[in-house]
Design a protein around this ligand. Sequence first.
Ligand SMILES: Nc1ncnc2c1ncn2[C@@H]1O[C@H](COP(=O)(O)OP(=O)(O)O)[C@@H](O)[C@H]1O
Ligand SMILES: [Mg+2]
Length: 435
Amino acid sequence: MTTVALKDVTKIFQDGTVAVDNVSIDVNDGEFMVLLGPSGCGKSTVLRMVAGLEDPTTGAILLDGDLANDLPPRERRIAMVFQDFALYPHMSVGDNIGFPLRLSRVEPMARGERVADVASALGIGDVLARKPNQLSGGQRQRVAMGRAIVRRPGLFLMDEPLSNLDSGLRAELRAEISGLVRELGVSTIYVTHDQAEALTMADRVAIMRRGVLQDVGTPTQVYGRPATLYVAAFLGSPRMNLLEASVYVHLDRYVTLNLGDQNLYLPWDDIRARAVAHYHGERIVVGMRAEALTPVAPNSPGDVLQGRIRYLEHHGHESLAFLDIGATAVVVDEMGQAPAEQASEGGPLRRFGHAVQRLTNRGASAAAVQELGPSRSRTSVLSDPGRHHRRPAELAVRLAPYPNVQSGTSLSVSVRMDALHFFDDRGDRIDVGWR
Ligand SMILES: Nc1ncnc2c1ncn2[C@@H]1O[C@H](COP(=O)(O)OP(=O)(O)O)[C@@H](O)[C@H]1O
Ligand SMILES: [Mg+2]
């Protein structure tokens, strides 16, 4: 229906907050794009700029290929659904859904038909006469959706529409919403801080951190080959194990990844070994998801790590064991912290020489530069002592639901070397033929 393009869009608020920092995203015709990131990373601001409720400080917003920066909201053919969707309490469900049509002077007959169509598509055709306070939470959300759909928009903007609902209902409505908008073929930008929601609903996911776009791709791409340490840490449950490793190259044979007490060996004929070999004598971050680890018998041959079970977590369908393997974990900060906490963490300004210059060129205030914070600092994730980046690793390993093991005992796990992820000390992916 509508395509959206953000080109180098930056939003700096009056008080100097850089909410969106040079973001470029394309949303294709009929695509379901999910904007994902922790609270305060700039998701809503992106959405509001697309809707025309907020002006970009710099950059361009294109709708169907045309510059839309100065297009009034009502001319954008956009419908928005928010977290705290407000229904008119004194109006019936039918009147709530039909309200936008009444505003645009659609005849009552035609209005009634469109409302009935939309309501039946949403499974609320039988409650049209009720008032909002006679509905369940899920039904109310469907009414809000109906009101957005009924105008036949070219683009849906949804800002955490499910986050006020309980988890069962959320899962149900996830499937319903994505099914419905796909059926309608309406391009959608859907904002959430919930990575599971993003991965299950999206055609493509765009991950943001502190106003900066980190990665864009299909759920498989961003999960399978995260562009940054941050994306790696944000996606998936349990979180990816991120371990500090020292690299030693044995030319033509293998690359040793020293994890502290234990080593892994990347064979030279694994093409990624060449990329990792550039870091000879340095430290990198090795990422391994729980699915890359399989419990094996003690002293099994091959790529095996051994550890003591520090504790077990039972999740019903599976159990997680957390192993002490004598390694150091790299902890990625601001995974969902409140913006205030992020700001107070600060960071020495002199480190952002290039960022300062870039912003100064655009005529931004010094306050704006200060607000950039560490996202621009490019300091090492491995050696910044003030920010609690490292701690003894507890390697998350999946076990069957009722495992025959206890905490305190030792466990060996075989490591799927081809499922490892490597990141440099700035948090960027190390890979072969990477973008
Ligand atoms: N009108 C505003 N004035 C100043 N700062 C704002 C304004 N709106 C949002 N912000 C700030 O911009 C940043 C991004 O906000 P927002 O886009 O709402 O994030 P998200 O939707 O990802 O939680 C936050 O630090 C927020 O405090
Ligand atoms: Mg928001």
